[in-house]
Design a protein around this ligand. Structure first.
Ligand SMILES: [Zn+2]
Length: 340
């Protein structure tokens, strides 16, 4: 196991070493149209579905069967190509707006000062009732989650300092059985977000609850126009001290916020093409589960980035973002979220 350097300081409770062998139910694809045409090819272009091009989901993995499953919202090569063109255009536009000097339309290589960026956070706790099993997780877990985000994004856990800090503004507790569990892509999810989402493009709305289909979470990628669906949905029990064995150190939150700041998975595109659009994350053929130290699935230089927050490994295995990812997130902030 490749334990993160400061695991002991981050870990609030012992983590069981047993394998969490929940499978992604086939029902998962039923609520996500884009997934219905999914094949094993990471760069499959046959299932472009614009409605799902801005979302991403993380699933609990660990069993051999789960290794063959895809994230229901994994992007196709075509979707990535379209998003990257849009990202470059948004960056150029924001540079014109601010009269700052972007040297190129590159979405990664631009030199950006990693000035502190404070992200206001609103947490919505979706509950079925007042019991813990009904979604009523304590404030202490939410505060711990914010700490995990701040450590991860500051580089304190071993990766690059990204410049982002997260400031909890409000915990909003909602008891509503029709929103519980939160079902990805459902009318109920839209209804929930329409009722609850607060703040501008810079405000991170996190929805916590029980999730459909063994999902750990999902997130929207940024857009130039604020969409009511914007935000991050996270399994409540994945927060630090939660019951989601192997996924209860809070890194589902870290991973999903990475998507919210425009990061792709490290396995995006597999071994070919531009991968995740970040040059310092070595290519990998497919998601890594558990903690396969030393794995190297592509001929290109570098071992698989299994310790990166944007892979699918256990929370105890992932502890870093790269400088390239930090730069990409800051550029995305400038392009999409910095201005009202
Ligand atoms: Zn993801």
């Amino acid at each position: 196991m490749g334990l993160r350097p400061n695991l002991l300081t981050r870990r609030a409770a012992g983590v069981a070493s047993t394998t969490f062998a929940l499978l992604l139910s086939t029902a998962a694809v039923g609520v996500v149209p884009a997934a219905s045409a999914y094949s094993a090819a990471p760069d499959n272009t046959s299932c472009a579905e614009p409605a799902n091009a801005h979302a991403d989901a993380r699933v609990r993995g660990g069993s051999k069967a789960a290794h063959k499953r895809h994230d229901p919202n994994e992007l196709t090569a075509k979707q990535v190509q379209e998003r990257e063109a849009e990202f470059a255009a948004a960056l150029r536009n924001s540079a014109l707006r601010s009269k700052s000097s972007y040297r190129t339309g590159s979405t990664e290589g631009v030199t950006v000062a990693l000035a502190p960026i404070t992200v206001p956070v609103v947490v919505h706790v979706i509950q079925r009732d007042s019991t813990r099993a009904g979604g009523n997780i304590p404030d202490s877990m939410i505060n711990s989650q914010i700490n995990v985000l701040n450590q991860a994004y500051s580089g304190a856990t071993g990766g690059a300092a990204t410049g982002f800090t997260f400031q909890l503004q409000k915990i909003n507790r909602v008891t509503n059985t029709s929103w519980y569990p939160i079902v990805q892509g459902s009318p109920a999810e839209r209804s929930m977000k329409t009722s609850l989402r607060t703040g501008g493009k810079n405000t991170l709305n996190i929805y916590l609850g029980e999730l459909s289909d063994d999902l750990l979470g999902w997130a929207t990628f940024p857009k130039r126009t604020l969409d009511v669906m914007d935000g991050v949905v996270v399994l409540g029990e994945s927060l630090p001290n939660g019951t989601a064995t192997n996924y209860n150190l809070g890194d589902t939150g870290t991973h999903e916020v990475g998507h919210w700041l425009n990061l792709y998975h490290t396995f995006q595109g597999g071994c070919s093409g531009s991968g995740d659009g970040v040059s310092d994350t070595p290519a990998e053929r497919e998601p890594a589960f558990e903690c396969p130290t030393g794995r190297d699935t592509c001929a290109a230089a570098g071992k698989d980035p299994i310790t990166n927050f944007m892979d699918y490994t256990y929370d105890s295995c992932m502890y870093q973002f790269t400088p390239g990812q930090a730069s990409r997130m800051v550029n995305a902030w400038t392009a999409y979220r910095a201005s009202a």
